[in-house]
Design a protein around this ligand. Structure first.
Ligand code: UD1
Ligand code: CA
Length: 456
């Protein structure tokens, strides 16, 4: 069994991003570039993953957590020097090192796997993944002899006019056999236009050691697109977004207007769900089957059951049960659990509350820190008064209770099973099961008052 580990280069500052955030932590498709690269490296079969960090190392290492190992490159002296920093971690490793740049988030695992297989099959000391492009400017050019053997790679800044005309470029992805790789790396010099230790020169060093190197062409240039600027970040975002939507449509989701639909790569959507325009689905959001989502819905880390209907809604870190109807103009805040077949209507905000199955909150309410049972009806304009200026308190409403319109429930307070609260009440004391509570000033009518008033 052959073995492969990945080395992901992520020490560069990314000067052209003009950012305080390390380049590889900029997000695309809802996750940092580096996390996409790491994921495909793992899917392609890497048994270990080492990220070379430098600029913003602390932040990058913190993001990585236990997802990958890291090697620190204190000074960015070039891509060859970067790979050399992994030597202590790989000193006993015999197998293939796949080098990938941390700023190529559009890579796909299948492509890397094919490249690795081609490399293994040709039994060479190193292979470079190349692409033939119309405009090669900015990339290293692949030098081949008349029999198409790879002779080396020349950087644009070091290239002659003749070499600049070559359209086969270096994608920056390599398979290199270790420990031979480190022997070649130790022989690198920085005798070039940028004064850097180029990883590309390893190929020449290997040839000088009497080894053969190969070049494998990829047909998909889009996939190896490197992100160097915010403009390229936006371009790549568009490509990734389109890919995600295509995949969802392929799996049986209707997307009415892909141009105004934004779905993170990590989101799951069930079959026969219809996504209406201007919808954002983010993070760990999962949507069930047969739902109608949108228009104008933004869900971040929300679990949604099957056959729900959501429109004009913002929900985050909450869940919505099967068959619920939510919107328009609803805000569902963290730690909220909306039960099955619940109706949350217009201009309602729910926070840190559990709403039991079949309950209705149809209009203009604020429900915070509450436990609401099943089949409860909350009239228009009800408010749970959960905050006394110092602490939050809970409101408990048992099954089948009915809260009349425009009531205030001063927490902590409990409304018993099947109890009624008269409209306009401000409830400060417990209401027992099946009781009616009315807590408002009694109405007084003054006979013919208006007539007398007008005559004054
Ligand atoms: C590199 C290749 C070039 C190739 C191109 C593909 C070299 C010398 N050139 O050029 O042939 O066509 O990628 O995109 O390798 N990095 C470090 N430490 C360093 C320098 C760079 O970790 O000291 C990292 C960067 O963060 C980045 C990657 O290596 O993720 C590539 O570096 P970059 O400076 O972008 O190389 P290019 O000039 O694009
Ligand atoms: Ca680059």
């Amino acid at each position: 069994m052959s073995k492969m580990v990945s080395v992901i280069l992520a020490a560069g500052k990314g000067t052209r991003m003009k950012s305080r955030l390390p380049k590889v932590l900029h997000k695309i498709g809802g996750a940092p570039m580096l996390s996409h690269v790491l994921q495909v490296a793992k899917q392609a079969g890497a048994s270990r993953n080492i990220v070379v960090v430098g600029y913003g190392a602390e932040q990058v290492v913190e993001f990585l957590g236990d997802q990958a190992e890291s090697a620190v490159q204190t000074e960015q002296l070039g891509t060859g020097h970067a790979v050399l920093q992994t030597e202590p971690l790989l000193k006993d490793f015999h197998g293939t090192v796949m080098v990938i740049c941390g700023d190529t988030p559009l890579l796909e695992a299948e492509e890397l796997r094919k490249f690795y297989e081609a490399h293994r099959a040709s039994a060479v000391a190193a292979s470079v993944l190349t692409a033939v492009v119309e405009n090669p400017s900015g990339y290293g050019r692949i030098l081949r002899d008349s029999e198409q053997h790879v002779l080396g790679i020349v950087e644009e800044k070091d290239a002659t006019m003749e070499q600049k005309a070559i359209c086969e470029i270096n994608t920056g992805i390599y398979c290199l056999e270790s420990p031979l790789l480190f022997e070649a790396l130790s022989k690198l010099s920085c005798n070039n236009a940028q004064g850097e230790y180029y990883l590309t020169d390893v190929l020449v060093k290997l040839i000088e050691l009497g080894k053969t190197v190969g070049g494998v062409k990829t047909a998909d240039f889009e996939m190896i697109m490197g992100i160097n600027s915010r403009k390229q970040l936006a371009e790549a975002e568009g490509i990734m977004r389109r890919r995600t939507l295509d995949q969802l449509m392929e799996n049986g989701v209707t997307i009415m207007d892909p141009a105004s639909t934004f779905i993170d790569k990590s989101v799951v959507v069930g079959q026969d769900t219809v996504i209406y325009p201007f919808t954002w689905l983010e993070g760990t959001t999962v949507i069930g089957k047969d739902c109608q989502v949108g228009p104008n819905v933004r869900l971040t880390d929300v679990q949604v059951g099957a056959a729900t209907n959501l429109q004009f809604t913002y929900g985050h870190e909450c869940s919505i049960g099967e068959g619920a109807t939510v919107g328009p103009y609803v805000h569902l805040r963290p730690q909220t659990k909306i039960g099955a077949a619940v109706k949350v209507g217009n201009f309602v905000e729910v926070k840190n509350s559990e709403i039991g199955a079949g309950s209705k909150l149809p209009h203009l309410s604020y429900i915070g820190d509450s436990d609401i049972g099943e089949r409860v009806n909350i009239g228009c304009g009800c408010i749970t008064v959960n905050y006394d200026g110092k602490q939050k308190h809970r409101t408990v409403i048992a099954d089948d209770a009915f809260i009349g319109c425009n009531s205030n429930l001063l927490a902590p307070v409990t409304i018993g099973k099947g109890a009624y609260v008269g409209a306009g009440s401000t409830i400060t004391k417990e209401v027992e099961e099946n009781d009616l509570a009315v807590a408002r000033a009694k109405q007084t009518n003054i006979k013919d008052w208006a007539e007398k008033y007008r005559k004054r």
